[in-house]
Ligand binder design. Structure first.
Ligand code: ADP
Length: 490
């Protein structure tokens, strides 16, 4: 209990407002020492393994497989067999039942999954619990609803499944990205080989347990763990009909080059450098919350993060003051503490990348602000950071940092805001804050981004298509649009 003081005879107020620790229990998760590869509904003993760790304290969690090209081949063959043996011919309403069951089991086991997600990836438990898990289940529910309605979704086009889908996902939303990929693929009658990111394999491996629980036919979903070499083997495999990739622009480009001229279908969801544009008529306190959510949510490990803040000059001073004050209240630390706002950086490599880019910002002449903050001694951590005085040419205004680092620029007119917002090689998302509906509509039309949020940021919904322009990739995930990459039309 906080100590209470009486101020000038008035109501009692707390002298110390610090939170007591509120750790979520780890006991709900039963980790195995060693995980195999999930192929044809069975655990295949991997030839090579590596150790996956917790980024919050660098402790070892489990040994997982580093799948070789031969093991990837076994997974693709299992997927092909399942496709030919009946999954693709199953009536949509039957496929939907499996998707509904998966969604229900994810809901039932959501605490276990949320704890494991935070343990292996470093994100705050309140985010895995309140965002990742509910959204992952919602994607399975949503696409279950489409499975028997494909003929209506695409009238007169006779939709058919593509075949075997190879899916490669990143480490920032491990289970949610799995749901984004697997749910539409199965709804359309495809089978899948999915590769999670090397730093966050554990929720995908726990998901295999769910697949067994719902008695999904063997081989419909296969999970192979490993690093980029495993991903490359999947991309190269000649019996894969479609590749869906979410990750860095660099790897995305390499995959696109590799697949050029082949018959394989491809969708890419890559990086971003989103502008979050604040007009002088915006509700400032709400905008500050939106800015914080836009860039510090999930440690800024978000491809659509609002990493470039564009502020109208007339409100620059009060807004920045409010923002800095708000930053002082962010709690950085133990991902499993329910009061934590900003968790651990996902890996040493990512921490090095963030540190290097932040150094470049200081060297190029931007002004750095970091609130006072005590970081844990072990693990990978970065203090939430704001750069002001940023020129458009600086690396911190051009390159994706993928960390809790915000670059602030200013503008005077809507035209200038649009020009600066679009001055990027990316085009994934953007935000607009204003009280005028007409301004929202005109900005949304002029901003070159796949998603434009108005008076909010980082809102996701399975019914809403998501994806980018330019170097942010192509193809859409979510909504009816998200079915199309998994279908061919006669
Ligand atoms: P990040 O830089 O965010 O880690 P990556 O693009 O390196 O993003 O990783 C995203 C996913 O792509 C991960 O699952 C990773 O293992 C995989 N990957 C990395 N390199 C390749 C590659 N050459 N071919 C296919 N997949 C790859």
């Amino acid at each position: 209990m906080a100590e209470l003081e009486r101020k000038r005879g008035g109501a009692p107020v707390a002298a110390d407002w610090t939170y007591a620790p509120a750790p979520e229990s780890r006991d709900v998760v039963q980790l195995r020492d060693r995980y195999g590869l999930f192929v044809g509904g069975e655990w295949l003993e991997p030839r090579e393994t590596y150790t996956t760790i917790s980024p919050a304290d660098e402790s070892a969690l489990a040994e997982v497989g580093q799948a070789t090209p031969e093991e990837v081949d076994a997974a693709v063959r299992a997927a092909r067999k399942a496709f030919d043996d009946g999954w693709s011919a199953l009536p949509g309403a039957e496929r939907a039942k499996y998707l509904f069951r998966i969604a229900r089991v994810l809901q039932e086991r959501s605490r276990e999954f949320a704890v494991l997600e935070s343990l292996n990836g470093g994100k705050p438990i309140k985010e895995s619990r309140d965002v990742d898990l509910p959204l992952a289940a919602a994607h399975f529910f949503y696409y279950a609803g489409w499975a028997d309605k494909l003929e209506y979704a695409f009238p007169n086009r006779r939709p058919k499944p593509v075949g075997v889908a190879g899916q490669i996902i990143p480490w920032n939303f491990p289970l949610l990205m799995l749901a984004w990929k697997i749910a539409p693929a199965l709804a359309c009658g495809n089978t899948v080989v999915l590769k999670p990111a090397e730093t966050t394999p554990l929720t995908a491996l726990l998901f295999c347990d769910v697949l067994r629980q719902v008695e999904l036919p063997p081989g419909v979903v296969n999970i192979v763990t490993g690093d980029g070499r495993t991903g490359a083997a999947l991309v190269e495999h000649e019996d894969v009909d479609k590749i869906a990739f979410t990750g860095s622009t660099e790897v995305g480009k390499a995959i696109q080059r590799q697949l050029a001229g082949t018959r394989k279908k491809l969708t890419l969801e890559l990086g971003g450098k989103a502008a979050n544009v604040i007009f002088d008529d915006a509700a400032l306190d709400q905008a500050v919350e939106g800015i914080v959510n836009g860039i510090y949510f999930n440690q800024g490990h978000v491809c659509c993060a609002g990493s470039r803040l564009l502020v109208q000059e007339s409100i620059y001073e009060p807004l920045i003051q409010k923002l800095k004050r708000r930053l002082q209240t962010l709690r950085v630390g133990d991902p499993l503490d329910k009061n934590t706002d900003v968790g651990a950086i996902n890996s040493r490599m990512q921490l090095d990348k963030i540190t290097e880019l932040v150094r470049s910002g200081e060297e190029e002449g931007a002004e750095i602000y970091q609130p006072p903050c005590r970081l844990p001694e072990k693990g990978y951590w970065f203090v939430p950071t704001v750069f002001t005085n940023v020129a458009q040419s600086y690396r911190i205004a051009q390159e994706e940092i993928f960390g809790p680092v915000l670059s602030v620029l200013t503008f005077r007119t809507p035209d200038e805001a649009v020009e600066k917002a679009n001055n990027t090689m990316y085009g994934l998302s953007a935000g607009v804050w204003t009280e005028k509906g007409s301004r929202i509509l005109s900005m949304a039309e002029r901003l070159r981004a796949g998603v434009v949020w108005a008076n909010t940021f980082n809102r996701f919904d399975p019914t809403s298509p998501f994806g980018g322009y330019r170097e942010s990739g192509f193809g859409r995930e979510g909504g009816r649009h998200g079915l199309e990459p998994y279908l061919v039309f006669e």
